[in-house]
Design a protein around this ligand. Structure first.
Ligand code: PGA
Length: 256
């Protein structure tokens, strides 16, 4: 089965509205015509609507970095799936390790958010990944298994089909320490096999599993050669148009 790769830029807490417009305008010019890679940009909430105006006539997709599962009500500071949709986004990152580490995100919360996002017709990118201590204690597979079970508890095969997963080892995020293609490939292979047990071979084979953690223009091609790596979630290197475009172009060449 061929899986269209995704290269998603997670801008985190960076870029004013004006800076976001400038970055996405450059991206449109540099990679707007690439068809064999799904390109996603995830600015902060405040820039979603302005960026969506720039992207109206483009295949580059827009994503949010988080979401809340309730639709409306007394939840100060939260943003619902339909508000994200209203701002023009199609994609939502859920369960990023920074949300888990700094904002007490739990697997149960990831589950509720992913369900709510699917219900709204948005595409979730659900993040999993182990810490350095967990890897050193040989607990990587166990941790990933628990995160997957929690995130996708009570999911139907139909729901699972709409999900993309990002494997992001916490020790590789923003550290410049990229997982080796073999280390990443091994976990990706495990994720696909594990989900195949719960959701069947066909669903698992169709799932896109991205790698995240210090992805740069000079390491993306090798990572993408691993059969189970279907793209990347890019943090730091997505803040610069030239670097992110280079990553997209490399992914596009590997995919041909
Ligand atoms: P990084 O971040 O590319 O800066 O390591 C990746 C991520 O957090 O999604």
């Amino acid at each position: 089965m061929t899986r269209k790769p995704i290269i998603a830029g997670n801008w985190k807490l960076n870029k004013t509205i004006q800076e976001a417009i400038e970055l996405v305008t450059l991206l449109k010019r540099q990679v707007g015509d690439i068809q064999n890679v799904e390109i996603v940009v995830c600015p902060p909430y405040t820039a979603l609507s302005s960026v969506s105006e720039i992207l109206v006539d483009s295949d580059i997709k827009l994503g949010a970095q988080d979401v809340y599962w309730e639709e409306k009500g007394a939840f100060t500071g939260e943003v619902s799936p339909s508000l994200i949709k209203d701002a023009g986004a199609q994609v939502v990152i859920i369960g990023h390790s920074e949300r888990r580490q700094f904002f007490h995100e739990t697997d149960e919360g990831v589950n509720k958010k992913t369900k709510a996002v699917l219900k709204a017709g948005l595409a979730p990118i659900v993040c999993v990944g182990e810490t350095l201590a967990e890897r050193e204690a040989d607990k990587t597979i166990r941790v990933i298994q628990d995160q997957l079970r929690g995130a996708f508890a009570h999911f139907s095969n139909g729901e699972m089909k709409e999900v993309a997963i990002a494997y992001e080892p916490v020790w590789a995020i923003g550290t410049g320490k990229v997982a080796t293609p073999l280390q990443a490939g091994e976990v990706h292979d495990f994720i696909r096999k594990e989900l195949s047990k719960s959701f069947g071979h066909e669903v698992a084979e169709g799932l896109r599993i991205l790698y995240g953690g210090s992805v740069k223009p000079d390491n993306i091609a090798r990572l993408m050669q691993e059969p189970d790596i279907d793209g990347a979630l890019v943090g730091g290197a997505s803040l610069d148009a030239a670097g992110f475009s280079e990553i997209v172009k490399s992914a596009s060449i590997v995919t041909v």
